[in-house]
Design a protein around this ligand. Sequence first.
Ligand SMILES: Nc1nc2c(ncn2[C@@H]2O[C@H](COP(=O)(O)OP(=O)(O)OP(=O)(O)O)[C@@H](O)[C@H]2O)c(=O)[nH]1
Length: 234
Amino acid sequence: MTRELPMDFTGGYCIPIDHNVEKNHPDCTWPRKPLALSSIMAIIHTPKHSKDSGQMKEHFASIISAIGEDLTRPGLADTPERAAKAFEFLTRGYQQKLDDVVNDALFPSDSNEMIIVKDIELYSMCEHHMLPFIGRAHVAYIPTGKVLGLSKVARIVDMFARRLQIQEQLTLQIAETVKSVTGAEGVGVIVEAKHMCMMMRGVEKQNSVMKTSAMLGSFRDDPATRTEFLSLVR
Ligand SMILES: Nc1nc2c(ncn2[C@@H]2O[C@H](COP(=O)(O)OP(=O)(O)OP(=O)(O)O)[C@@H](O)[C@H]2O)c(=O)[nH]1
């Protein structure tokens, strides 16, 4: 079945952003035109959900009953509550605010050399099956006067990973956010991950790895910068 995914156009390539955005956003037309960075940031930093763990607990109880299990047996009695808590944790990115995540950890620096944070492990969940995808992110940027606290790069990765995602969107969100927070002249992000929806079910391929990248600013425009990033990541 061919499916039209809602698309956004950023930095020269298209990625799905959000099912509601395309319908509602006046800039989202076809053929696509670039969204202003402020619009992108507003979209990706606005949590669209408020948590309700009581409701989640009830829903998990319904799912357990629906698969034919006995909710009253001792092993399962507390499972709806545990599952709700786990799910809340796994999707906590919706509750996070960028300002809190960054916590003003931006420091003046004269460096204009590439900064890379490699091998940031990530745990996310595909929005199609709500099954995990697990992998690593490599994030690089070239600062222009200020650098970001090292841990904050990993926190930004987590903030977006801990939502229902597709890998392409996650990759771009990390890149756009690092760029907007640091004002970097360029940002490169590579994510490599294995998707449980392809391993545990469906096509059942155990060894395929998905690699996605987002190159912004000089990482996009300057082949030497991109090559340096790719060689350092390798
Ligand atoms: N591009 C992309 N696709 C993803 C990601 N996570 C899951 N998918 C894919 O989303 C698609 C959903 O396809 P559907 O045909 O609607 O669902 P399905 O019948 O469960 O598909 P199968 O997984 O092929 O059994 C599948 O091809 C998944 O592999 C992701 O991060 N990026």
